[in-house]
Design a protein around this ligand. Structure first.
Ligand SMILES: Cc1ncc(COP(=O)(O)O)c(C=O)c1O
Length: 411
């Protein structure tokens, strides 16, 4: 089992080297104008990103977490409300819910797409909630709290199945805020509307992260809210800037959550390449799918429903032998990641809520089995072959071990 050459999990250096002259120019023009906060670089990026997402507005903010928090507050989430999401996500989703004053509630994910299972959302609403038709309010029966919003997470660059989620949200008067922090450019085919729709354009608002490793990443922190609702965009832009509608006139208490202009300029340069980079990621995913097909008995490749055009922020396989496979790949010089090893409902931060193992079985099984393989725009075919060969080595070892020791699987 010898392997030549290592494969990084992600390569952010080569891409920035190629863009260096343009990125340095952004920095220079910020120095020359001293325009570090707001101004034309931020507005230019906001316009371009709104266009990219097929929305009317984009409001740049300081991070994806800010984007989610501001979007939730702007759609009307209030202290004491419940917001429903999935436990298979990055903790920022629930941090933003809590920081908007609400309590997170979870529904389990779909075993193939790893995103919100609309059937579980329906169960939650039908079995645990009651809808007051006159007040148009959805109430959680046990706690008496209002259920105000739902946050589907387009995880790994894969869209949640939005048609049934939107239908349920409309029936129960819930605001839909998309967590599109991993899904810049992903698309969903709405059967209801008979057209492809971009991530970020489907809910009342959506949140994007521009953390450096994202498909569209800043050289620092960054995020954005997209929406086609003018009042909502206005509210987010007030929230991100200390609640001021004009300088020193504070309509409400807000936050320091602005996107700085150097990051906005950098993001604008990168946005012009995003469609190409996403296509490269899709091509890499197709290549992995082919290379890994012979190992289907031990490694499950990502599902791609016919209604989804993912952007493969991550290429995530599933296997019963995840920890051993990760160790094997690490020894072969191949970088991997686990997104995410502990479901949010089992994190120590939420111990006081009393959630336990068994509450969300699909999420829990997935968290034990997922492994993210190297994935980035410039990933080369020979690097993918190295990864696939190392997995094939491992798979043949597993098959041999199972043949010799049938109980191997349960060890
Ligand atoms: C699904 C998801 N939601 C929210 C966030 C928060 O974004 P940020 O790190 O920019 O605050 C992230 C970032 O990793 C994410 O992956």
């Amino acid at each position: 089992m010898t392997h030549n050459g290592s494969v990084p999990f992600v390569d952010l250096i080569t891409m920035h080297r190629e863009l260096e002259p343009e990125l340095v120019n952004i920095f220079k023009s910020a120095l020359e104008s001293a325009g570090f906060i707001g101004g034309p670089m931020v507005e230019g990026f906001e316009n371009d990103f709104a266009k990219f997402c097929d929305t009317t507005y984009c409001v740049g903010v300081n991070s994806g977490t800010d984007a989610l928090r501001f979007a939730l507050i702007a759609v009307g989430v209030q202290t004491g409300d419940i917001v429903v999401t999935v436990p298979h996500t990055f903790i920022a989703t629930t941090e933003a819910i809590s920081q908007s004053g609400a309590t997170p509630a979870f529904v389990d994910i779909d075993a193939e797409t790893y995103t919100m299972n609309p059937a579980r959302l329906r169960e939650y609403l039908e079995q645990q909630c009651a809808f007051d038709v006159a007040a148009k309010r959805c109430r959680h029966r046990a706690s008496g709290k209002r259920v105000a919003a739902v946050v589907p997470v387009h995880l790994y660059g894969q869209m949640a199945d939005m048609d049934p989620i939107l239908e349920l949200a409309a029936r129960y008067n819930l605001a839909v805020v998309e967590d599109a922090c991993q899904a810049h450019g992903a698309e969903y085919f709405s059967k209801k509307e008979n057209r492809w729709r971009k991530a970020g354009s489907i809910g009342r608002a959506a949140a994007f992260s521009f953390y450096p490793g994202k498909n569209l990443g800043a050289c620092g922190e960054g995020g954005a809210v997209t929406t086609s609702d003018a009042a909502l965009a206005r509210k987010v832009s007030v929230l991100r800037d200390h609640g001021q509608s004009k300088k020193y006139y504070h309509d409400l208490e807000g936050y320091n959550g602005r996107l700085d202009s150097i990051q906005a300029g950098i993001l604008r340069v990168k946005l012009s390449r995003l469609a190409l980079w996403n296509e490269q990621r899709r091509e890499c995913a197709r290549a992995y799918n082919e290379l890994l097909a012979p190992m289907a008995a031990s490694v499950t490749i990502p599902a791609q429903p016919d209604w989804s055009k993912p952007v493969y922020h991550l290429y995530v396989v599933r296997t019963d032998f995840r920890d051993d496979l990760q160790k094997h790949l690490t020894e072969a010089g191949i970088g991997t990641g686990i997104h995410y090893p502990i479901p949010v409902h089992l994190q120590a931060a939420y111990a006081s809520f009393g959630w336990k193992r068994g509450d969300f079985p699909v999420t829990e099984a997935v968290a034990d089995q997922v492994l993210s393989l190297p994935m980035f725009g410039g990933l080369k075919p020979e690097q993918q072959k190295t990864v696939a060969d190392a997995i094939a080595d491992f798979a043949s070892f597993i098959l041999r071990a199972e043949t010799i020791t049938p109980e191997f699987r349960t060890q």
